[in-house]
Each structure stands twice: as C-alpha cells, then as structure tokens.
Design a protein around this ligand. Structure first.
Ligand SMILES: *Cc1c(COP(=O)(O)O)cnc(C)c1O
Length: 398
C-alpha cells in the first residue's frame, strides 16, 4: 500500500465529475438518461479556430514555447482586454496557462501562505475551495442566497474580512447560478477590498455568455487603483467552445504574474503550442460564432427557467449569464417516495437519476443545498424532456 500525502488525502474529488461519471455509466448500460450536468458548451469549436490549429501543426509550430505563452497570444489577449474591457496591460502582466482552472491554481499557489484566508461567496464554483486548501490557504465562505440574487453585498463581505484575509474571489457571471454583478455592485465590492488591502481574483470565464442586453463589466475596470490590486482570470474554453484545448489566461500586477509563471515553469511549462495558435485565432478572428451561440443559449435559458417556474413550489431566478439554471427545490425536502426520504440536494439528485433517469448536479457541491444545478448546454428537446421528468418526480413525492 503506497502511503499518500496528507494534502491529497484531505483533497475532495470534484463532485460534478462524480455525478457525470455515474450518469455516463448508466447510459453505457443502455438506460435512457437525460443529462443536465454538462459544464461545457455543446457546440463544436468554430472552423476558423480549428483551421488555425491545423495550420500551426503543418507549419511545425509544435515545439516548446515560452513558459508564459507566445507573444502573438499575449498580444491578442492584450487587445481583447483593450477592446472588451477598456483595460491596458503589458506583456509581463499576462500569463497563458493550461486552461482557466490552471490559471486559478497558479494564483493561489503564488499568493497564499499556510492559514491565509480567501473569501469565496457561495454558491461557488466547486474548484475554488479545494484549490485554496491545496495551496495551504483557508476558504472563508460567504452565504448569499436567492433573495440577493446570489450576490455578495458589501456588508456581508466586510463582516468576514480578518487580518488573515488575502483575497476575495468574484465569479461573474457565476457558475453555478448564472447571476452577474452590475457595474455599481462591483464598484461597491471593490471599495471594500481596496480599503482592506486584499487582492481581487475575478473569474470572468463566462464574460461573453450574457443575455438580455446585460452589460458585462470587469471589476478591474472600476478604477486604476482597483486594477492594481486585481487579477483577472479568463480563457477561451466557454466563449469559443474550446474546453478541450486547455487555454486560460491571467492578467494582473507583473510581480504576481511572474510568481505564477514560476510555478508553471516548474510544473507544466507552456500550454500546448497548437492550442495557443488556435486561441490567437479565437481572440483575433471573427466573433460571429460567439454571437450565434449566445443567441442559442438565450433561447434555451428562457425555456428552461420558465418551465422550471411552472412546477409547483419550484423557484428559479432568471440568470444574467453562463449556461446554468439554479432552481430552489427545498420545498420538497423532507418528503419521500416509497419510503425513501429526500433530505437534501444529494438525495434529490440520486432520486432523480434512479427514478426518472435524469442527471443533475446537487447544489451542495456548490455550497448551496437548497438548489440543483441544471445546465442548459443541450437541445430544447432535452430541456423539455428533462424538466418534464423533474416535474413528474417531484409530483410523486409525499
Ligand atoms: C469552466 C470554468 C473555468 C475554466 O475552465 P477551463 O476549462 O479550465 O478553462 C473557470 N471558472 C469557472 C467558474 C468555470 O465554470
């Protein structure tokens, strides 16, 4: 028996991946599973991006690149920040990593000493707390809730700041709730962070996936002072349907970016050269495909959220962005089906999968047991069928 590190023994496995694995196994057995678990766009990577990658291969761009990314990609990222966010960065303030997740991993490892605290509003993306812990830090969870539209207020933020606080994580639009902060809300949160002297880590991976004329604002653009104490985390995975290509990036103060690059230099080295060239095309090339995907997601979002709210005692907020609905099903907790009591989102997810072959992710995975996360990165037919199954399963509870 090989003895594993204490650090790893304490690390939780990704719960979203666990549910997906279970649903996949049932599907392989031939069961008619309808899935709302996917955490990635169901669209194909646009052709112009694929062609850029093929060109890169044919031109022999298949060797090591600088650890922090090729200058062409850094410049494309710099132009993206200028164009979309009104932010100017220099090359030494940009780091390209192997996916957005990797950028965040590098950040916490570059920033945290043992016991340092990172404030994370709940519901949160599953990976933030374990990544903070893996880096020796302590996640400090702030509850938000449906009433506040799943947003942290400046007051609740202030309350959890201690002398050990090093950073706050902002994820707008959010995975799992889809909720996004308006400009004034970001300004108010940024003031609190500035006053406390803590770093703002803003995960903007869903920036492009916003609906109903919602205007995305990066918290880094609130003022030059805020920009100086913010690291922006983004990537091409969600906006360009490029989850498998593994390109993410970070922008922030040069000293921090350099430290993050140091970790990368001793672990993964550069992200895949071919993927980097594909990302250059994603950022510099035509953006029509993004628009098309957003229009499609917008239709599905309305459909799913409206159908959910038609179910008795289910409430779902209309999300501003991303591709998830996050309905509250807690009115059904305590009820049972054939002696099986539903005591929370985990029980609910198991019940839905077993009785109706409907795969969902329990809200508990995101620090919110009252909810389920339902991804609408699927066809309208799947949405209709899945919500029908959900309604039937809930109606059968006594
Ligand atoms: C998908 C996602 C990421 C990054 O994903 P990568 O595939 O690693 O680029 C980061 N943050 C959130 C909240 C996400 O949902």
């Amino acid at each position: 028996m090989i003895e594993l590190s204490k650090r790893i023994m304490e690390l939780e496995e990704s719960p979203t991946m666990a549910v997906m694995a279970k649903a996949k196994a049932l599907k392989a057995e031939g069961r008619d599973i309808v899935g709302f678990t996917v955490g990635e766009p169901d669209f194909d990577t646009p052709d112009n991006i694929k062609e850029a990658a093929i060109r890169a291969i044919n031109e022999g761009k298949t060797k090591y690149t600088p650890v922090g990314g090729i200058v062409e990609l850094k410049d494309a990222i710099i132009q993206k920040f200028e164009r979309d966010n009104g932010l100017s960065y220099e090359r030494d303030e940009i780091l390209v990593s192997c996916g957005g997740k990797h950028s965040i991993f590098n950040l916490f490892n570059a920033l945290l000493n043992p016991g340092d605290e990172v404030i994370i509003p709940a519901p949160y993306w599953v990976s933030y707390p374990p990544m903070v812990e893996l880096a020796g830090g302590v996640p400090v969870i702030v509850e938000t809730g449906d009433i506040n539209g799943f947003k942290m207020t400046p007051e609740t933020f202030k309350e959890v700041i201690t002398p050990r606080t090093r950073a706050v994580v902002i994820n707008s639009p959010s995975n799992p709730t889809g909720s996004a902060y308006a400009s004034e809300e970001l300004t108010a949160l940024a003031e609190v962070a500035l006053e406390a002297g803590i770093l703002i880590a803003t995960d903007e991976i869903y920036e492009k996936l916003v609906y109903d004329k919602f205007e995305f604002v990066s918290i880094a653009s609130v003022s030059p002072q805020v920009k100086a104490s913010t690291v922006v985390l983004n990537g091409v995975s969600k906006a360009y349907a490029m989850t498998g290509w593994r390109i993410g990036y970070a922008a922030g103060p040069a000293s921090l970016i350099k430290a993050m690059a140091k970790i990368q230099g001793q672990s993964t080295s550069n992200p895949a050269s071919i993927s980097q060239w594909a990302a250059v095309e994603a950022l510099n090339g035509p953006q029509d495909e993004v628009k098309r995907m957003v229009e499609e997601f917008a239709k599905r979002r309305s459909l799913m959220v409206e159908l959910l709210n038609d179910i008795d005692k289910v409430s779902a907020l209309m999300p501003e962005g991303a591709f998830y609905a996050f309905p509250n099903l807690s009115a059904y907790y305590g009820l049972s089906f054939e002696g099986r009591v539903i005591n929370g989102s985990g029980d609910m997810a198991d019940y839905l999968l077993d009785s109706k072959e409907l795969a969902v992710v329990p809200g508990a995975a995101f620090g919110s047991d009252a909810h389920l996360r339902l991804s609408y990165a699927c066809s309208e037919d799947v949405i209709k069928e899945g919500v029908k199954r959900l309604a039937a399963a809930l109606a059968a509870l006594r």
